[in-house]
Design a protein around this ligand. Structure first.
Ligand code: PLP
Length: 407
């Protein structure tokens, strides 16, 4: 018989969100009347702006005509969309030939691991979005779990004590560094000075940064960088991964992109961009043309305005959650709140408590699903992530319940 990929054997804990869903289901089965509200998974809830949905509907209808039909699209994605992304979101800091259109950021993160193989060393922010580590485990780059995390992974604690920016000196030479800002789950947003330190470290130590900027459109502070390519030196050490999921509500539509600068090289001097093109054309056959038509509409002035309105809506929710968590009942048990106003997530520490215990308490007493911080890495223990993705009525109701919670 065929041997199982040993990466799967090494995968320890279940994926975080299925476990959250399991606990929710189990609770609902035992408590049929409970009206559960989710402040948990990072899934968008608000309808697509009509302008954007209509562009996709029109494109779809045109596919039924001889003139409007198209099959496989351009290599790397629709060339008009690639040029538009370079222009609107990178303002000349990237060129169209460095843009690769995909079916989303998570899929790109998984595929990009095939570029570096099973021998690469990995460093991640701790806590972090699970796919960086779990994907590395599956491909064989993370090794075994020692109980304190995977052997091949350097965990870089990002905690209130270091203002959520890690000690880079722990990173081994020639590592792949996953870095997400604004961060999921902490909501922390790196400054230009922070990113300059990261870029300088990477250039001096042979590292490549995989910069996940999925939440860039939530940044409201104009001094904060929206892309790693604002930082001098980044073009020789960074890849950016991004997505229409969070800014445009395309979590179901599926559309993302990556930027691989032409200057980025492997140790043998060959081009990373060229190999990435090879991966994308060999293992992936292009994003849906309907979704790409939607992406083009997003980047029209009307689409940009519509995206901003939806994000503002979620940011109002985030503010409401933050204020609720500042209430007397939370203060009494010493809860610390970390919210930047530049992210859909509110990160809260419950000192002396385990994340899953707080998760269970809030589910049981408030019928609210949250996300336990420990699921994002060892340094997430004692934290809870509250997500602002939800209808305002539901979030307001959840806040009402939370404001009455007694521990
Ligand atoms: C939601 C999310 C993604 C996934 O984006 P998709 O394009 O929907 O695959 C990537 N990175 C982070 C940090 C996310 O929170």
């Amino acid at each position: 018989m065929i041997k199982r990929n040993s990466g799967f054997k090494n995968l320890t804990a279940g994926y975080l969100f299925p476990e959250v869903a399991r606990r929710r289901r189990e609770y609902q089965e035992k408590n049929k009347d409970a009206k559960i509200i989710s402040l948990s998974i990072g899934n968008t809830t608000e309808p697509l702006p009509e302008f954007i949905a209509k562009a996709m509907a029109d494109y779809s209808m045109a596919l039924s005509t001889a003139e409007g039909y198209s099959g496989y699209g351009d290599e790397q994605g629709n060339s008009v969309l690639r040029a538009k992304i370079a222009e609107v979101w990178y303002k000349g800091m990237a060129t169209a030939d460095e843009v690769f259109i995909s079916d989303g950021a998570k899929c790109d993160i998984a595929r990009i691991q095939t570029l570096f193989g099973s021998k690469v060393k990995v460093a991640v922010q701790d806590p972090s979005y699970p796919v960086y580590v779990d994907g590395s485990v599956i491909i064989g780059a993370a090794g075994k779990n020692t109980g304190k995390g995977y052997k091949g992974v350097t965990y870089m604690p990002c905690v209130p004590e270091n203002n959520f920016f890690p000690d880079l000196s722990k990173i081994k030479k020639n590592s792949l560094i996953y870095f997400c800002s604004p961060n999921n789950p902490t909501g922390a947003c790196a400054t230009k000075d922070d990113l300059k330190k990261l870029v300088d470290f990477a250039n001096s130590n042979g590292c490549i940064i995989i910069y996940d900027a999925a939440y860039r459109e939530f940044i409201r502070d104009e001094n904060l960088p929206k892309t790693i390519f604002e930082i001098e030196g980044s073009r020789t050490c960074a890849i950016e991964i991004n997505s229409f999921s969070k800014p445009a509500g395309f979590t179901g539509v599926r559309l993302g992109w990556s930027i691989v600068p032409n200057e980025l090289k492997f140790a043998d001097g060959t081009s990373v961009n060229k190999d990435w093109n090879r991966v994308m054309t060999t293992l992936f056959n292009g994003a849906s043309n309907v979704a790409q038509a939607g992406g083009l509409a997003c980047l029209e002035p009307e689409g940009i305005k519509a995206m901003k309105d939806v994000i503002d809506y979620y940011l109002v929710n985030a503010k409401k959650i933050e204020e609720t968590l500042k209430g007397e009942n939370f203060k009494k048990i010493g809860v610390e709140i970390y919210s930047t106003g530049n992210s859909p997530y509110v990160w809260a520490k419950f000192p002396g408590k385990k994340s899953w215990d707080v998760f269970d308490t809030i589910l049981d007493k408030c019928h609210i699903v949250t996300t336990p911080g420990s699921g994002f890495g060892p340094s997430g223990e004692s934290f809870i992530r509250f997500s602002s993705f939800g209808h305002q009525n539901d979030v307001n109701e959840a806040c009402e319940r939370l404001s009455k919670l007694e521990f």
